[in-house]
Design a protein around this ligand. Structure first.
Ligand SMILES: C[S@@+](CC[C@H](N)C(=O)[O-])C[C@H]1O[C@@H](n2cnc3c(N)ncnc32)[C@H](O)[C@@H]1O
Length: 130
């Protein structure tokens, strides 16, 4: 089988510049920022509007891809767990799944709230929340 080839559809811009500053997950975050979608994917945004919540998949470009066990949320008292049993950014394919509220849409620029992702992170997909 062919290896999948990812296409970067956009980039996240926000005020979170270090991994330490980023909230541990979107559900505890009030951070806002902008997703800039590449112009060739403009049509793929039809139906995306202010007020919706979308599921956004990001490629965590600074993650360690060789780590297979972690302390969940860095809490050593909980013991080591396999990365597939956690939401850790460290994993063989560092894909984040986050839910963001769309505060505004201007063409291919989406202003979103709930960020747990750092500035400059590539975005690989957006899906409607069911
Ligand atoms: C625990 S992950 C959760 C991501 C997503 N909500 C999920 O559940 O898949 C969020 C953490 O990833 C880290 N992170 C954010 N952006 C990153 C990036 N571009 N590369 C590596 N790690 C990143 C930050 O430390 C942040 O606290």
């Amino acid at each position: 089988m062919d290896h999948p080839q990812l296409k970067i559809i956009g980039t996240l811009h926000c005020g979170i510049h270090s991994l330490q500053e980023a909230p541990k997950n979107y559900d505890i975050s009030e951070h806002t920022g902008t997703i800039e979608i590449e112009s060739q994917y403009h049509e793929a945004l039809d139906g995306i509007e202010k007020g919706q919540t979308v599921v956004v998949l990001c490629w965590l470009h600074q993650a360690d891809r060789d780590v297979l066990t972690v302390y969940p949320r860095g809490d050593r008292s909980r013991g080591l767990r396999g990365v597939f049993a956690t939401r850790s950014p460290a994993r063989p394919n560092p894909i984040a799944i986050s839910e963001f509220e769309i505060l505004e849409r201007r063409d291919t620029l989406l202003t979103v709230k709930g960020l747990d992702i750092i500035d400059g992170t590539p975005v690989i997909d957006i899906k409607k929340k069911i």
